[in-house]
Design a protein around this ligand. Sequence first.
Ligand code: GLU
Length: 417
Amino acid sequence: MAIAIQELTPFQEVNLFLDDSADRLGLSDGLREMLRQPWRELKVQVPVRMDDGRVEVFSGYRIQHNGARGPYKGGVRYHPQADAEEVRALASLMTWKNALVNVPFGGAKGGVQCDPRQLSESELNRLTRRYTLNISHLLAPNRDIPAPDMGTNAQTMAWMMDAYGQIHGHSPAIVTGKPVELGGSLGREAATGRGVAFILQEAATDLSMDMDGIRIVIQGYGNVGSWAAQILHDSGCRIIALSDVAGGIYNPKGLDVSRIAENKIAGIGVSEYLDGEKVTNAELLELECDVLIPAAIDNVINAENASRIKTKLIAEAANHPVTFGADQILNDRGITILPDILVNAGGVTVSYFEWTQNLQEFRWEEERVNDELRKVMSKAYQAVHEKVASQGINYRQAAFDIGVGRVARAVNLRGFV
Ligand code: GLU
């Protein structure tokens, strides 16, 4: 059973969560199928002139999963594993996430299957421009709005905006997560990590956990993991282990997170921090702690290691870090899981604020961004928690029921079925 589950693709796994929700909501077969399949998929060739003169050809995707609630919205991932099935899964998760936090967007995701760490700055610039041109007929501020994801950042969005603008004229609302100097929102870079901290604070209160000194393990030190670590550390939590792709560091007394952040700026990896014990990424996930935050890639907690996880609470800062099989094992073991579509929704929420600022040609103060983010996240959390308490289902089931229910309602109201 466990082996069969592990063989499922990420998209099939996400659809198992969807089916579970569709059963509880009593959705018809036709409607379920509409919610399962992406509405539109585009695969493009992305040829890039490399610095040494060769041409390398990458595969690029933009998958628009569901547009019932508004323009398609979701990030673009540059990663060796970003194939069609992974991008489909991520696009589907965006649909449910955007509905759960009630931003007026459908769900989409893009990807280029490449290893961005092996590419120079100018190769990445050329790759991004070619990818943008090849998917540009799908994009528009009221059609589909990309954003950063793994392997992409504000600079990538600046190149995308520029490439799109060369055809369509200056269009800042075409992408979010841009540099602030080019119309990006204050607070966008920290937003996903800040949202993780907001959700954790709310959940800790409901689970009678004291945040002061709480022992937290974070896997991943990219945009999400690093901001979450800093914000949680500053609010009194004890970050006892952290990792990046090269490995991790563990100190039960707590890590000096600001020091690790300074190291990162200086190009020094997390595991080079001296005041702690070196651990591998696999060992880090199995450390004893109060809260485990996977903030890197998908499928890291799976049927193989789920029985060895020693935490009370998992907050999914990454997308789909816990497989369907592991989800069942962890639920049976009484470990609470706060799902990705709730925990990491802070990024797309501030993307929504950025998009509205661009459309209005107006700029918000950072304080306003953070206040509004807290309101949106808190409302979503409360709705999920209320369902958990009243229906005896888990947090993921409650979050999916709200997201899927909203999308199903929008589909029905539009009169598609
Ligand atoms: N890539 C982020 C996510 O997975 C943000 C998407 C966005 O801002 O559109 O939620």
